[in-house]
Structures are given as structure tokens and as C-alpha cells.
Design a protein around this ligand. Structure first.
Ligand code: GRF
Length: 205
């Protein structure tokens, strides 16, 4: 399994980090298509400038199920085997998730299950945590909830603001997302309930 489809809605820095790792040969994958639900997402422009196929499929005005059917069609047309959510700001329908069982991954900027939902870095900062971080997980029908593939912890410094903390978390996101995608594509794991057991890796097995 190698063919990845990226879904994004905005900036696209995680997508760009993945694309650069693919290009540099650090991640054995092929980005088959990048799809945005917002035509104006900067990630679309980045994808095109990297010579990748990027589609804007606007979601405005469409019911979730109808929109997701369009997405499924486009992803299948491009032979996508693994769906990578990279700042994709819409909930996926159960029908979409059934179409790609354990074949959808997401990155979230907190140590789940703490601080799911929007603005996780600010939520964590305002809560006063000493450690936050990011999580790559499989996507199931609940928000920010599926089995965890990788996490990385980031300490909160005394002089941090929510913004400086977010920037350090983002730098970690850019590292672990490609690593997690590599693991999923290689098949070197098995899922046991909520636990993702990684082969060839000590700490999470
Ligand atoms: C990241 O913080 C990611 O964790 C969250 O959405 C943000 C997307 O940023 N899911 P970018 O578009 O990848 O720059």
C-alpha cells in the first residue's frame, strides 16, 4: 500500500511536510491526490506548486453524506488506499469511514484524549498543563478518538504563550505525521482494541 490521498481545508503545513518527506525519499508513499473543501485553502496552491494533483471540491451548501460521496468518488478515482487528514475541518460521515476502514489517519495538536476539538493548543495552554503535544490516530466515527498510532510530548515553558507553544507542537506534528504514515503504509502494526501494536518499535509495543 502506497497511494495516499490528502484532505485539507487550510494552511497545509502538515501536508507540505509529508510531501517534502516523500520527495526526499524519507517516506515511501505516493501522494495520489490532494483535495480541499475550500478552493482558497493555501494548501491547494502549495500542492500545485509541488506538481501534485490538487482538487478543490467545495462543500458549501451540500449535506454531509452527499459531499462525502463526492469525496469517496474522487479518492477512488485516484486509487487512494490511505486517507490522510491534514487540517481537514469537517467531520466525516459514517459512510465515508466505512469506505476506508482503518485507512484514515488524522493528526491532532494535543495529547489525546486531552483536549479534543477545536483550538486544542489554546485549550491546553489555558488549562495550565505542563506538557502537551500531538497525536496521530486512526479515524473512527467519533471526534479525535480512534486508536493512537504515535504521540509526541512538548513541555510548556514558563514564558510560553499559546502561540509559541503551538509553534513547537507544530514542529513535532511535522515529524511524527510522516513517521506514522510510514508505519501504516508498511503494515508493521496490528490493532488490538484501542491499542496499536507496532512492530520494530520498542516504546509503543
Ligand atoms: C494542525 O495543528 C493539525 O494538528 C490540526 O490542524 C492543524 C492543521 O495545520 N488537525 P496545517 O494546515 O497542517 O498547517
Amino acid at each position: 500500500m502506497r497511494r495516499v490521498g490528502i484532505l485539507l481545508s487550510g494552511r497545509g503545513s502538515n501536508f507540505e511536510a509529508i510531501a517534502r518527506n516523500v520527495r526526499a525519499g524519507r517516506l515511501d508513499a505516493e501522494i495520489a491526490v490532494v483535495i480541499s473543501n475550500r478552493a482558497e485553502a493555501p494548501g491547494v496552491e502549495t500542492a500545485r506548486s509541488l506538481g501534485l494533483t490538487a482538487l478543490a471540491i467545495p462543500s458549501r451548501g451540500l449535506e454531509r453524506e452527499a459531499y462525502d460521496q463526492k469525496l469517496i468518488e474522487a479518492l477512488k478515482q485516484h486509487g487512494v488506499e490511505l486517507v490522510v487528514l491534514a487540517g481537514y475541518m469537517r467531520l466525516l460521515s459514517p459512510a465515508f469511514i466505512r469506505e476506508f476502514p482503518m485507512r484514515i489517519v488524522n493528526i491532532h495538536p494535543s495529547l489525546l484524549p486531552a483536549f479534543p476539538g477545536l483550538d486544542a493548543q489554546h485549550q491546553a495552554f489555558d488549562y495550565g498543563v505542563r506538557v502537551s503535544g500531538c497525536t496521530v490516530h486512526f479515524v473512527d466515527e467519533h471526534l479525535d478518538h480512534g486508536p493512537i498510532i504515535l504521540q509526541s510530548a512538548v513541555e510548556v515553558a514558563a514564558d510560553d504563550t499559546a502561540e509559541t507553544l503551538s509553534a513547537r507542537i507544530l514542529a513535532e506534528e511535522h515529524k511524527i505525521y510522516s513517521e506514522a504514515i510510514g508505519i501504516v503504509l508498511s503494515g508493521a502494526f496490528r490493532i488490538d482494541g484501542r491499542r496499536v501494536k507496532l512492530e520494530n518499535r520498542n516504546h509503543a509495543s
